[in-house]
Design a protein around this ligand. Structure first.
Ligand SMILES: Nc1ncnc2c1ncn2[C@@H]1O[C@H](COP(=O)(O)OP(=O)(O)OP(=O)(O)O)[C@@H](O)[C@H]1O
Length: 582
């Protein structure tokens, strides 16, 4: 827990001068708070008992003055604290976001989107709330408490000692509640993260839910998780509700004791009436802070739990990162080599790629075909360095990809992934996503090559059409063409097309292939395809099965193999196409 406090303090470093100023204002505010009951003593002993109207007037005016000054100081201190906490929280959020983006893909398999969203929004919100209000009142209350204790000791130490006897009881109760509240609040956060996760999953799969008409099943699932969350909130509510009356009782006991014992001390001449009234005034102004300190401590515990959850994500070291002396590769020729590559996914037992070796010379087009699950996409992911192999090496122009900076490596790779992911911005922003300095001509060029220009041009807003906007619908093929244009515009030396044409119809595909052949000239290309007709022009075709290359050669070489796997698959697909066209 101490670590978390220190870590949070580190975030305060850039704002330390504002923090010191806010603390200074807080000290002044509590000094005024502490001065106010003292005026009661002067009022009774020096103005009322001695019937001194001048002192009475001065007291009335100074009371107004003190409250005006306190108001101004409270405003400054509050605003400064809001500024500091919001800046700190925004720094944490930005750090969290940047960190999350650098995480390898396996991280996102372990942490659901809902969970990460909850860390970034809910948890940082708790921190923000607690530190902008809870912390201020805790500091103010502590300072006021210290000031009050000094004053009441000065007034009558015996009465003070008698009063203080009650305080440890209150603190014990506060601590006990604080601990209970912390564990309950942790449970609330966990449950609300679960609700987030289920909601996010259902919303993003709504098509499937509709398609399979599983509304009731999903409603049940949501209801169950939602009720768990309500249960946790109710438990915290119960604790909070018990907390207030217990604290009130302790407060009342304190006041009764002061009245009783203080009254005797006045009767016996050890105190003036003004002393006793000021004393009671002091006890009055500290009962609220003492009570509030308990709930503020509880809130701070909640914030610590939130900070712990945020830091536990920030502490995860990316398993794939640049070496300290990573090479920034400027220009590449485009040679790709796999040397005895063995790879399995993290936490899996079975190897997906088993001693894979091949070499692609610059400018060559390689196709990787084979049954589903053979490991084709995995090969692409390893070249992109989304994962590292357990043994063997993957080289680009003779450099092991682990020695290159990921940014410079990926700058030369044009990936068209199997899952088409487009952003909810304009078509032109989607196409120019990887090239900040792209001109309108570049965007149109890339769209033309990818066979996307015609359908974009026909749209009312053309390249300014926003994806996902009301009324804007794109077919799978159209989305795929935008995704291809996004890779083409980078003008990469190496193209990695993972089922890039699977959503195109036969005529778009043949047009696209013609265009692609032009673009691919002079660039190394790997095409992963299920439809073998799309790769017959490749310089070499690798037939992958169960993580191993079982056949390789050109289309005609592979077709000449009697009972060859490639040949059998090709013939099967040709027959299927014939039937489909009947
Ligand atoms: N992130 C992952 N974690 C664990 N296993 C994975 C992961 N991604 C893929 N796999 C498994 O690795 C194997 C190879 O997957 P890969 O996607 O490379 O196959 P593929 O040949 O491209 O298949 P397809 O043609 O169906 O796309 C499959 O058994 C798959 O279930």
């Amino acid at each position: 827990m101490k670590d978390i406090y220190f870590r949070l303090l580190k975030y305060l470093k850039p704002y330390v001068k504002y923090f010191v100023l806010a603390l200074f204002f807080m000290c002044l505010v509590s000094a005024i708070m502490v001065a106010i009951p003292w005026t009661l003593k002067v009022l009774i002993d020096s103005a009322l008992i001695k019937k001194n109207a001048f002192i009475l007037n001065i007291l009335a005016l100074s009371m107004i003055g003190l409250y005006i000054i306190k108001g101004i100081l409270s405003f400054c201190q509050n605003y400064l604290m809001i500024y500091i906490t919001n800046s700190v929280i925004s720094d944490i959020r930005e750090q969290f976001f940047t960190h999350m983006q650098l995480m390898p893909l396996e991280f996102f398999k372990k942490h659901s989107t809902g969970e990460l969203m909850s860390r970034l929004t809910n948890d940082t919100f708790i921190l923000q709330q607690v530190f902008s209000t809870g912390l201020v009142s805790l500091v103010l209350d502590t300072l006021t408490l210290i000031g009050v204790v000094c004053f009441i000791f000065y007034i009558d130490w015996k009465l003070t000692m008698a009063t203080i006897f009650i305080l440890p009881l209150a603190f014990l109760a506060v601590q006990k509640f604080g601990r209970r509240l912390k564990s309950v609040s942790y449970r609330i956060q966990e449950r609300s993260a679960d609700v987030f996760a289920v909601l996010q999953e259902i919303l993003s799969s709504i098509k499937i839910v509709h398609g399979f008409a599983t509304y009731e099943k999903e409603s049940e699932r949501f209801k169950k998780i939602n009720r768990e969350s309500v249960k946790a909130v109710l438990k915290a509510g119960r604790l909070n509700s018990i907390y207030t009356p217990v604290m009130e009782l302790l407060g009342a006991m304190g006041i009764a004791a002061v009245f009783w014992y203080g009254g005797y001390r006045v009767i016996n001449g050890h105190m003036t009436i003004g002393d006793l009234m000021a004393f009671i005034g002091y006890i009055g102004i500290i009962t609220t802070p003492v009570r509030r300190m308990g709930s503020n401590l509880g809130n701070i515990q909640q914030a610590m739990a939130a900070a712990h959850r945020i830091f536990s994500v920030l502490d995860i070291e990316p398993s794939i990162k640049d070496k300290e002396d990573a090479i920034e590769i400027q220009e590449i020729k485009g040679m790709i080599e796999f040397e005895n590559v063995w790879f399995k996914y993290p936490d899996d037992e079975e190897y997906i790629l088993k001693g894979l070796s091949f070499r692609i010379m610059p400018g060559q087009v390689f196709a990787i075909v084979g049954p589903s699950g053979a490991g084709k996409t995995t090969i692409i992911d390893l070249i992109m360095r989304f994962y590292d192999p357990q043994s063997g090496s993957i080289k680009i122009d003779g450099y092991d990809v682990r020695d290159l900076s990921m940014r410079s490596l990926r700058r030369h790779l044009g990936l068209v992934p199997q899952d088409i992911i487009l952003f909810n911005t304009t078509i032109s922003e989607n196409i120019s996503y990887g090239k900040n300095d792209a001109t309108t001509e570049d965007i149109i060029w890339a769209a033309k090559i990818s066979n996307a220009h015609d359908f974009i041009d026909k749209m009312e807003k053309g390249y300014d059409t926003v994806l996902g906007e009301r009324g804007v619908r794109f077919s799978g093929g159209e989305r795929q063409r935008i995704s291809i244009a996004r890779a083409v515009i980078k003008n990469p030396k190496i193209f990695l097309l993972d089922e890039a044409t699977s959503n195109l119809d036969a005529s778009s595909e043949s047009q696209f292939q013609e265009a692609l052949k032009r673009v691919l000239k002079g660039r190394t290309t790997i095409i992963v395809a299920h439809r073998l007709s799309t790769v017959i022009f490749a310089d070499k075709i690798l037939y992958l099965e169960n993580g191993k290359i079982v056949e390789e050669g050109t289309h005609s070489e592979l077709m000449s193999k009697e009972n060859g796997k490639y040949r059998m698959l090709f013939e099967l697909q040709t027959k299927e196409n014939m039937f489909a066209s009947l």
